[in-house]
Design a protein around this ligand. Structure first.
Ligand code: NDP
Length: 444
């Protein structure tokens, strides 16, 4: 299979690209797991699984309080009786079962992943977009039958609590089952022998039940599609409260639906991401996929239910234009690099200026990748800002995503730089001289 590049929505809250080194054969390898542990090693593995779930709870709680303050100290967490509703586990299990069923339906094509350490390739169904469309049709039917989708607003905390509890249990299952698989099926970085760290980072690379790939399934389906369903629930809640959805709510829903649909339309690209190729499936990815993304990425819609915002047509037009520009930059730059890596002789990229590297691969120095070194991050960040702007300027909370995302992408860019410098040496330095800005032209 051609090496597709990552142009989709990676899902871990701490999304990162591990530093890679070359072995004597020039093949990429993760660094020795004895010497290099990510996310602060054992301390990180101890703190992150506690702090991030608390952050999810705090954000949901804060988004519905009148103050909606991100900076309150000490942070107010929801009380335990707000966290339980017997309907929540039923809905969550039903949702995951529905997507498991859609996953196994013979829709779409089968695609091969990259070559594994034992020389084999796994097959993956490329039918995430079908799942999104079928979920959409089912939701419309349910709405037509009068299903109270707006109740998702009241259920948000119990649902998040169940998703978090489920993430712990599922990660425990993954950790335990990893002791029964052959060593070539383990992720190189998740097999340190430190149970806490391995549980967190993930031991097994591609845990499967038969042909059902658990990591690939979780990457872009229940959580990502769940995010847009939660958004729709917030919109329906607004309709219940105020008779019709606000312009701000419609914009947030539409922008984020576009983002998710784009990720699923380009689902095949996830097969070459670090998440699939290198990372074990442990708490970090499980929690990111099933709890962090659906319950924090849609914070703007939850905020708008309690804090309605008046948005002028002019303001809306400006925000739509910003999202459009962001999407255009994001999609065009990702597609240009994908095309170039798949087939550098393709007419759409053949005329772009490139520089040679010692590895035989070339680097683009014109087109989108001649503008800044990460035009795709620039586009993504412009979109993130456009998702927050409909929420006005009275609160910081709806800007949580864009702030978190900027920090994440700046950090990710830095790691990618180090990786590329290790890979391409002098050629990378030449690229950096030719294209001096990393993400924002003339700024950074
Ligand atoms: P990128 O798509 O930015 O890929 C980086 C790789 O591209 C480099 O390692 C290098 O790999 C190659 N490359 C870099 N410069 C050039 C060049 N000039 N010419 C040719 N190839 C080059 O990786 P990411 O996974 O970080 O990002 C993918 C998308 O996912 C982005 O749009 C990002 O915004 C988005 N994202 C979204 C997140 C979310 O939570 N919503 C989180 C993280 C990312 P090589 O040379 O080996 O091909």
């Amino acid at each position: 299979m051609d090496a597709l590049e990552n142009n989709t929505v990676p899902s871990t809250p701490l999304n990162r690209r591990p530093i890679m080194k070359r072995n004597s054969q020039g093949l990429k390898q993760r660094p020795s797991h004895d010497t290099e542990r990510e996310f602060g090693g054992t301390l990180g593995a101890l703190c992150i699984p506690v702090l991030l779930p608390l952050t999810v709870m705090f954000l949901i709680g804060a988004s519905r309080s009148p103050e909606a303050s991100l900076l309150q100290w000490p942070p107010a967490l929801p009380s335990t009786d707000q966290l339980w509703d017997p309907l929540a586990p039923v809905l969550l299990l039903g949702w995951i079962s529905l997507h498991a069923l859609l996953y196994v339906l013979p829709l779409g094509k089968l695609s091969e992943g990259l070559v594994l350490r034992n020389g084999t390739r796994l097959k993956y169904p490329i039918n995430g977009f079908h799942s999104l469309c079928i979920s959409g049709v089912l939701l419309m039917l349910l709405l037509g039958l009068g299903a109270p989708l707006g109740s998702l607003f009241e259920l948000l905390l119990p649902l998040a609590a169940c998703a978090i509890a489920g993430s712990y249990l599922f990660s425990l299952y993954l950790y335990i089952r990893s002791f029964w698989v052959p060593s070539h099926a383990l992720a190189l970085g998740g097999n340190t022998g430190n149970p806490l760290y391995d549980f967190f980072i993930g031991r097994e690379l591609n845990p499967r039940i038969g042909n059902f790939d658990l990591k690939y399934f979780c990457e872009l389906r229940p959580g990502l599609i769940g995010w847009v369903v939660i958004n729709l629930g917030m919109l329906m809640k607004e309709v219940e409260l105020r008779g019709s959805p606000s312009l701000a709510m419609i914009l947030v829903n539409s922008f984020q639906l576009l983002y998710v649909a784009d990720a699923l339309w380009n689902e095949e690209a996830v097969l070459t991401t670090m998440d699939i190729v290198h990372d074990g499936f442990g708490f970090m990815l499980v929690f990111g996929d099933l709890a962090w993304v659906p319950f924090t990425y849609g914070m703007q819609a939850a905020f708008l239910v309690v804090h309605p915002q008046a948005l002028s047509s002019l303001g809306a037009a400006a925000i739509i234009a910003l999202n459009g520009v962001g999407y255009y930059v994001f999609r065009k730059s990702n597609s240009q690099k994908n095309q170039f890596r798949r087939d550098p002789t393709h007419p759409s990229v053949a005329r772009l200026e490139t520089i040679a590297t010692a590895t035989g691969k070339r680097l683009l120095v014109s087109g989108w990748w001649g503008l800044v070194r990460h035009p795709n991050y620039l586009g993504d960040l412009l979109m993130a800002l456009a998702w927050s702007l409909p929420c006005g300027f009275s609160h910081l909370l709806p800007y949580f995503y864009v702030i978190y995302f900027a920090v994440l992408l700046i950090h990710r860019e830095d790691r990618d730089e180090r990786q590329c410098r290790a890979k391409y040496g002098l050629a990378w330095d030449t690229y950096c001289q030719r294209v001096p800005y990393r993400i924002f032209p003339y700024v950074y």
